[in-house]
Each structure stands twice: as structure tokens, then as C-alpha cells.
Write a protein that binds this ligand. Sequence first.
Ligand code: SF4
Length: 350
Amino acid sequence: MTPEAAYAYLPDDWTRICKEAGLPAFRARQIVQGLYRDRIASWEALTTLPGAIRTEFAGRYPLTALREVARTPSSTDGVTKLLLEAADGERIETVWIPADGRITQCISSQVGCDMHCVFCASGQLGCVRSLTAAEIVAEVMTAAHTMGALPNNIVVMGMGEPFMNYDAVIRALRVLNCQQGLNIGARHITLSTCGIVPGISRLAQEGVQFELSVSLHAPNDALRDRLMPVNRRWPIAELLAACDAYTAATGRIITYEYTLVKDFNDSPTHARELIRLLQGRRARVNLIPLSPVAEFDGETPSNAACLTFLDLLLRSGIHTTLRRSRGKQADAACGQLRLRKLKESADGQS
Ligand code: SF4
């Protein structure tokens, strides 16, 4: 492994690095404690290490810093969206969602996204670059610093498609999950994909217990093609086959996200079609009434339509929840805050 930023390494990596540097194993433990328990802001602050080692490691394994450049706090529900800037000036979003005494942090995996789902601000931007593993971990470390607490749950549902940045995302999640690190349980870490079938198949072989959430959003290929270009590459039958294989390999139940769009996919007929797709599968459904975004002319369905859809799924025996929309005030649809800031700077220049 060529040297990377410090947050990319697992405790075993530090043991090996210390051994190669002629240091005893307890130095590796001191480093991991310093990084994740004490959350040091610089190698200089890790005073348990000899000064020469601090200087050497600061040069070889820099601590990734993300700078907070904007914050959109929500006045009513406590959701806070942070816009963070990487060393090269690229900006990503992370969302802090407190609920029921627990904190969920939604993190990004890429700057922008190439998947072009029509209702998503990130999808309008295209992918500028993928984040490194250290930058993904740094989203959590930076938010912990600025928000003054660590999250209990991580959801990789921010900007980007995690399976288009597979290696870095999985490494970062392993760092967040490891016991000597932040010790966030695997079942409190959710990966969300728009339906990258090879990524689902690969994750099935990882030997980890991360939760998997799949954005379905439509009960047939004709409708899904219109919302999510990825469906033309991996249509619903192929996607569900990969999900079944994932469940068989891991025993994990998959959550299917379904955004309800008025007069598009929210009728009882659509609900019955969805039931036919998922009945007999180990599946949960999360219904999300569309939050209007400027980039997509779909409308939020009525409360009655949402409840009818929910009721039909529940009656069929499919475990289903209807999600409250959190963070509307915080530009909480993914990519919204970055998009707004980009537009503001463009307007400022024109
Ligand atoms: S919804 Fe997710 S996968 Fe689709 S464009 Fe947005 S960030 Fe990308």
C-alpha cells in the first residue's frame, strides 16, 4: 500500500506501518486512539508519540481536513446540512439528522454524480471526482468536531453513487465500523445504491453486515427508465436477482426506497405492481413523498394517495414505512446546497 492520508488506514495497517518503521505495536494503538478517541486535529497533538515520529508521519500520512464553508440549519426539525470543502477546493455535502435521541449522518461518496436520476440535484451536476477513503472518513470526523458529537448511524446517501467509488467507500466504512476506531456498528451503516448490479454482487462477497438500500422508485421498467437512466443498463429483473443473491449470501433484508410522485407512480395500480415485484422477497419498502426540487417538475402526492399506497403494501404483508420528509428547510435533497452555492457564485460572476 502506498502512503495515503491517515484516515484511510485500519488498526492492522497501523500495526504494520509501525513495524516497518521499527516501532513497537503499542505505538499503533496510540495512533488509533489519538485519531478516533481523542480526535486529534494534527499529528503535533499526538504527544504520546516521539516528536521525530510525529514529524515523519505528518509528512507521510496527513490528516485529511475538510473545511466547513456553509451550513444550513433547519429551524424546526434539527436537521443540519454542512457544505465541506476538500483541499483541492471541491465541495461536498453531509447532513446531520437528529431523531429520537440518536444522530444519523448522511455522507457523500463523490463530488456530484454521473447517474443522472431526474429528481436529484447531484445527478444534474455530473461527477467531478470520487472522494478518497480518507475524505469519506473525514466527513464524519469534521462533523463530529463542528457539531460536537459522533453519529450513531451512517447512511451513504449523499452526493454520488457509492458503488461507482466502491473501493474507497468500503475502506472508509470499515474504518468507521472498526472497534478501535469509531466503532459504529455494521448494522448502523447503510449503503444506498441506485441499482449498480456489479456493486451489489461484490458487496455480497465482502463478509460485512452493512445494510443495503436500493432506490427502486418505480414498479416497472417503462417508468423507471424515465426516472433513472441506470435502469436501461440494469433493468428491474436483473436488479432484483442481484438483490436476492445478496440476501441469500448475507441474510440481510434489503430496503427498497420508493419516491412517490403525484400522478406518475403513486396510484393503487402502481402499488399492486410493486407488490407483485416484492412479494415473497425479503424486502422492506420505504415510501418517500417527493420533495419538490427545481430540476424536476414532478409534484408531491396528496397525503391520501400516500396513505392508500402504504395501506395496500401493508395489507399484502410487505413491511412498509412512509417516511416523514426531514430537512426540507435544510436543502436536504442531496446536492441541493452545493448546487445553490455554485449558482450563487455563478450569479456573482455574471
Ligand atoms: S439519486 Fe443518488 S445515484 Fe441518483 S443522481 Fe442522485 S446522487 Fe446519483
